[in-house]
Design a protein around this ligand. Structure first.
Ligand code: FAD
Ligand code: 2HG
Ligand code: ZN
Length: 476
């Protein structure tokens, strides 16, 4: 038997025949969500306990076979699929999905990494608690994937990104050892905080098998408004007013350009997108959310005063406030449908960037003008988490052109143009999606050599044989 055959026999012994997949349609594991790349796995292995994960890692390490950890495979940067060699094991965490313990007094929940985000949200809600991480992929992404990408989403303005929600981790190391750091402690200054190394590491430093996460009491009410604004400057002014009027009640502040909303109207005509018909379609709209621990009428009062002040200052043209939960969900659904509408429109170029909020209008004005000058006809799809200074400044191929050819020929130059302006604004080329393989080479140009060397030293110390998600994040 050759080494790979022997390894497959060992893996079947660890997780059972049914959970070592080598045949049939493996598209769901081998192709990324955006359909940018398709790889080929030696096998997809689906352990259901931490001990099984550790045994799988040990077996792979013993034969020098590299591992690609995978959760829901909803990542945006081609980080969770195997390469084309047919020699990598995809380690799917989907069966490691138990909610181990909700500690009401400690305000924490301990959950295994394959648990679907929405499953965790719903389980917490049933017990009267909020797990605030929220993103459009929540029905299929996993907690392990969220931690490994340090996912952001739509509640960061109040609760922070996944890193801020994590108090402890359980990790299987590249050597197949288990580190149990599920303390749930809010204070622990006993040297280096290893948890923060694994969060955002995109599976290159260890396999996250469980986490202890912060939860919050459910708010009494959550109100949503959808406002038309005359410019991005006005949206930034509205954000300032929202911070002032709502304070910690401000739990969401998203901006959407008219073209992005137009794509939602085009591809999901059943959705009723406010302010997008008639002669005066506003250039931008904003979704904002007020979560209140007092009462609905208190929250409505706050919203009214905020919108009155905003109308008076001219930073809002018009606004609707949801009357009930169903309307609030429908308004949020419009925002969350933008990436899906973009996917329906065709392959596109994504820029998940962050810039200081105050500089975003100038950044967009400058970059829009440069793109229009050098890439005439390219369609700019601009939306995102303005409250966090994070824009999805995306580019769709010109109407009537072949999107695949456009990406092949223009993605490099368009990225170079956009990222050059991002650098000049002291921004980041990845706010929340990570690096994967799609942005790996870009990182070399946009991060300091000192930081890159420190990252390489950490990678080599923890995974000296480069067995965990090789080729992702860093060039070694
Ligand atoms: P995967 O895609 O399976 O993996 C992502 C990375 O994590 C890979 O590098 C993988 O190797 C690694 N990994 C996965 N599980 C583990 C583990 N247990 N241990 C170690 N490494 C692991 N992202 C945002 O930040 N904000 C958004 O608002 C947002 N919206 C989205 C909307 C849509 C419609 C879609 C499709 C995606 C969106 N995303 C968003 C991107 C994506 O959902 C997130 O990156 C999510 O956190 C990925 O989770 P996953 O379980 O699918 O991970
Ligand atoms: C979102 O905020 C996601 O909707 C996806 O991060 C962004 O598709 C994108 O560019
Ligand atoms: Zn986003």
């Amino acid at each position: 038997m050759n080494t790979h055959t022997t390894l497959l026999v060992t893996l079947r012994g660890i997780v059972g025949d049914a959970h070592v997949l080598t045949e049939g349609d493996l598209t769901a594991y081998e192709q990324d969500w955006r359909k940018r790349e398709r790889g080929k796995a030696l096998a997809v292995v689906r352990p259901s306990t931490t001990a099984e994960v550790a045994a799988v890692v040990k077996a792979c390490a013993a034969t020098g076979v590299s591992i690609v950890p995978q959760g829901g495979n909803t990542g945006m940067v081609v980080g969770s699929i195997p390469d084309a060699s047919g020699q990598q094991v995809v380690l799917s965490l989907q069966r490691l999905a138990q909610i181990r313990q909700l500690d009401a007094a400690n305000l924490t929940v301990t959950v295994e990494s394959g648990c679907i985000l929405q499953t965790l949200q719903e389980a917490c809600e049933k017990e009267g608690f909020l797990f605030p991480l929220s993103l459009a992929a929540e029905g299929s992404c996993t907690i392990g994937g969220n931690l490994s990408t340090n996912a952001g989403g739509t509640q960061v303005v109040r609760y922070g990104n996944t890193r801020e929600l994590c108090l402890g981790l359980e990790v299987v190391t590249a050597q197949g050892e288990i580190w149990n750091g599920l303390t749930g402690l809010r204070k622990d200054n006993t040297g280096y905080d290893l948890r923060h190394l694994f969060i955002g590491a995109e599976g290159t430093l260890g396999i996250i098998t469980a986490a202890t996460l912060r939860i919050y009491p459910l708010p009494a009410t959550q109100l949503t408004a959808f406002a038309a604004v005359p410019s991005l400057e006005a949206a930034v002014a509205l954000l300032g007013l929202a911070h002032k009027h709502l304070n910690a009640g401000l739990t969401g502040f998203e901006v959407m350009g008219a073209f992005a909303l137009g794509l939602v109207r085009k591809h999901f005509p059943q959705q009723n997108v406010p302010f997008q018909t008639g002669p005066d379609v506003p250039p931008y709209c904003v979704v904002l959310e007020n979560s209140d621990h007092e009462s609905e009428s208190h929250a409505r009062g706050q919203f009214e005063r905020l919108l009155e002040a905003a109308l008076e200052q001219g930073c809002v043209l018009d606004a609707v406030v949801a009357e009930n939960l169903a309307q609030a969900r429908a308004l949020w659904h419009i925002r969350e449908s933008i990436p899906l509408a973009q996917a329906q429109e065709g392959l596109n170029i994504k820029h998940d960037i962050s810039i200081a909020v105050s500089r975003i209008p100038a950044f967009v004005q400058e970059t829009d003008a440069l793109l229009e000058q050098h890439f005439r006809g390219a369609r700019l799809v601009n939306y995102g988490h303005l409250g966090d200074g994070n824009l999805h400044y995306n580019v769709q191929a010109p109407v009537g052109t072949d999107a695949e050819a456009f990406l092949r020929d223009q993605e490099g130059p368009i990225n170079a143009l956009v990222y050059d302006v991002v650098d000049r604004y002291n921004g980041s080329i990845s706010a929340e999606h990570g690096i994967g393989s799609l942005k790996r080479d870009k990182l070399e140009h946009h991060k300091s050599p000192v930081a890159l060397n420190a990252m390489r030293a950490i990678k080599l110390a923890l995974d000296p044989h480069n067995l965990l998600n090789p080729g992702r994040v860093l060039k070694l």
